[in-house]
Design a protein around this ligand. Sequence first.
Ligand code: GH3
Ligand code: MG
Ligand code: MG
Ligand code: MG
Ligand code: MG
Length: 308
Amino acid sequence: YITKDSRYSFNHVIKVIERLNRNQGIKVLVAEDSSTSRLFIKILLEQYRFNVIEAENGQVALAKLEEDPDIRMLITDHNMPLVNGYDLVRMLRYNSRFQDLVIIGLSAEGDNALSAKFIKAGANDFLKKPFYHEEFHCRVIHSLEAQEMLETIRDLANVDPLTKLKNRRYLFEEGERLFRESPEAISLAMLDIDHFKSINDTYGYIVGDNLLEAVGREILETFPGMLVCRFGGEEFCVMAKVDGQDLLDSLNVFLTRLRLKEFTEAKISLTCSVGMCCQAVDSLEELIRIADHNLYEAKRLGRDRIVS
Ligand code: GH3
Ligand code: MG
Ligand code: MG
Ligand code: MG
Ligand code: MG
């Protein structure tokens, strides 16, 4: 494939090799009732080093997708017994778990509307059989790379580049969902490092940045399974569907850990003030507003404490 066409540049060859190496870990499910066609597609995909799984109809495909969340891409025929390809795509896209699955439809059927039907149902692409090998390859890679790019962009939009914690944008998006799910059961805390400005003034902002990263890691470790984010500057937010007392206990553990810890060779110590809210309120904004008010109170009362 690489050497047959002399127009490929060296850079292109390097890209193809990198792509092939990346393909090795990627699971692709081929749903196709004709065992000959299935074998043919499997061989093509294995040439591109994909890890291929097979299903002989739409129902088996659905079961395999349900049991293996690592399947990244589905190549599906349309005419199959039990569940056809079009219905399979519709069922998958109806389920939020399969939003990121790359789907490519295939059919030998003469119906020209089928390709539009597949794409409207949520397939990433559609190919008519018989197809030219290289077109199949291009379309598979194109769809996969578009999805990979989408996921990269989504990650970048949700993550704080310094601490690698989730950012404020993610808090409002995911927090809103959590809040709507169980508005009465949510507890939230705002954490703000004490006198952080003087750390920057004394040691410089690079040390300050390193400390923020270290505190971020500390927070992630202390509140496993909770929604943790860098709210901004030296402020962090922890939110979860937990009992207020449970969150308070974890926060106390965190403040104690922080007091005992010495950061960098300079043995810098830090403290943190916390405002908490675990009362029933009408909105996420209200939850944050009360926690922030309590944080202000914690600062006023002398810092290194929790006000709830
Ligand atoms: P307080 O106890 O009242 O919270 O005092 P403070 O100094 O922590 O609060 P203040 O709001 O006055 O200052 C926050 C400081 O945090 C100022 C800013 O330089 C620093 N800061 C915010 N974001 C970053 C960052 O990304 N990197 C570094 N190094 N410093 C940051
Ligand atoms: Mg068929
Ligand atoms: Mg602050
Ligand atoms: Mg502060
Ligand atoms: Mg301040």
